[in-house]
Design a protein around this ligand. Structure first.
Ligand SMILES: C[S@@+](CC[C@H](N)C(=O)[O-])C[C@H]1O[C@@H](n2cnc3c(N)ncnc32)[C@H](O)[C@@H]1O
Length: 366
């Protein structure tokens, strides 16, 4: 029935690549099991309705899934496929060119866990076919890279239905070892209980869909301390390394003052304030405030809660940590220098534009 419906919806434009992928898998006995037309057609529908443009394809194989994603997202999109097997990414690159998609698709070779931390900016949609039964070690990093409101589509959830219905019990043991049922259910429960996403499953074709919830808004009372995203000494010393961090960590630590500045440009009723530790202590943080609500990488929270979160985190490390609140007055660059922060011109890219994009992605409520 799923194949009939796929035909009804226009068929599989990349059936030849699916065929190649299947033959490659048989010849090499590797883990390249393509997701199949019905799954990718369903994911393509999600790509279109989400108007996704910046897309990641985790476990891209020969690019069957990548082509479906790029076709659905249209000519202005870019899809980055990641696969640990260099033969896969090499063949996939040739295939993307043969299919006329060279300008929309590129591939990176390496494990997803190794490659994701090297990426910058946020993505509208991440398709994850690089896991089997176990919660993947790249999950948190992938969700960090997903923009608020972005979507993660997941193949391989046939495992959950087989675990719950107790079918195919032997079949998956050779791929996922014994105990795959419980580990699959554990992963599903993990996704379902996270507060930063909402997850949904459909059974036929089997697809998991997780939507990243909007950033904190006015009524979310538990902001995180900026020290949770503290830079490494290398990232402190090298602004290029700091720039490569995903948006949330980048604007939590190292560019919080630029974020606050851009926010106050849009919201003149807000002013900029720095939490400045007394000499000898670390724990600088800058936010925008209207006296009751404060804005930083958390989105909007109560100013009192935001200050409390930062003070408690610093005092958990150093019980006698002290600070003062310094309002930004006068020329902004001079203020940056006075609190040991980089001025906008010292970043390797347009940091104000990046802050504007980040604000857009987290401020549906303001
Ligand atoms: C199930 S296949 C999916 C292929 C492709 N998405 C498709 O539908 O044709 C999984 C692919 O992910 C790759 N892979 C599996 N785990 C990976 C990981 N942790 N990091 C990078 N690649 C991985 C394998 O080499 C394989 O090509």
């Amino acid at each position: 029935m799923n194949d009939q419906l796929l035909d009804l919806a226009g068929g599989d434009r990349f059936a030849d690549v699916r065929q190649l992928s299947s033959e490659h898998q048989k010849d090499h006995g590797c883990g390249l099991h393509n997701a199949g037309g019905p799954v990718m057609s369903t994911v393509a529908g999600i790509v279109r309705s989400a108007r996704a443009q910046r897309i990641l394809d985790l476990g891209s194989g020969l690019g069957y899934s990548t082509l479906w994603l790029a076709d659905a997202a249209g000519p202005a999109c870019h899809v980055t496929g990641i696969d640990a097997d260099p033969d896969h990414t090499q063949d996939a690159t040739l295939i993307a060119a043969q299919q006329g998609f060279a300008d929309r698709i590129s591939y990176l070779t390496g494990t997803v866990a190794d490659v994701l931390p090297t990426l910058t900016g946020t993505y509208d949609l991440i398709h994850d076919d690089a896991w089997f039964a176990d919660k993947p070690d790249h999950l948190d990093t992938a969700l960090d890279l997903l923009r608020d409101g972005g979507t993660m589509t997941m193949a391989s959830w046939f495992l959950l239905f087989d675990a719950l219905t107790q079918s195919q019990q032997e079949k998956w043991e050779s791929f996922a070892a014994s105990g795959w049922q419980q580990r699959t259910v554990d992963y599903a429960e993990h996704l379902a209980t996270r507060s930063d996403i909402a997850v949904h499953w459909i059974t036929s074709p089997p697809v998991g869909i997780a939507t990243k919830l909007d950033g904190p808004s006015v009524d979310l009372g538990s902001p995180m301390a900026a020290t949770s995203f503290r830079r490494t000494p290398e990232q402190v010393a090298d602004v290029v390394l700091a720039w490569q961090r995903p948006d949330r960590p980048f604007f939590a630590a190292g560019a919080c003052h630029i974020l606050a500045r851009q926010f106050t440009r849009r919201h003149p009723d807000f002013t900029i304030v720095a939490i400045r530790p007394k000499p000898g202590w670390s724990g600088n943080h800058v936010f925008a405030t209207n006296g009751t609500q404060a804005f930083d990488f958390n989105g909007m929270s109560s100013e009192a809660d935001l200050i409390r979160a930062n003070v408690e985190a610093s005092r958990a490390e150093s019980p006698d940590w002290e600070f003062e609140l310094i309002p930004a007055t006068g020329e902004f660059d001079a203020f940056c220098r006075s609190i040991n922060c980089r001025t906008a011109s010292l970043y390797p890219g347009d940091v104000e534009a990046r802050a504007d994009n980040f604000i857009n992605s987290i401020t549906s409520a303001v």
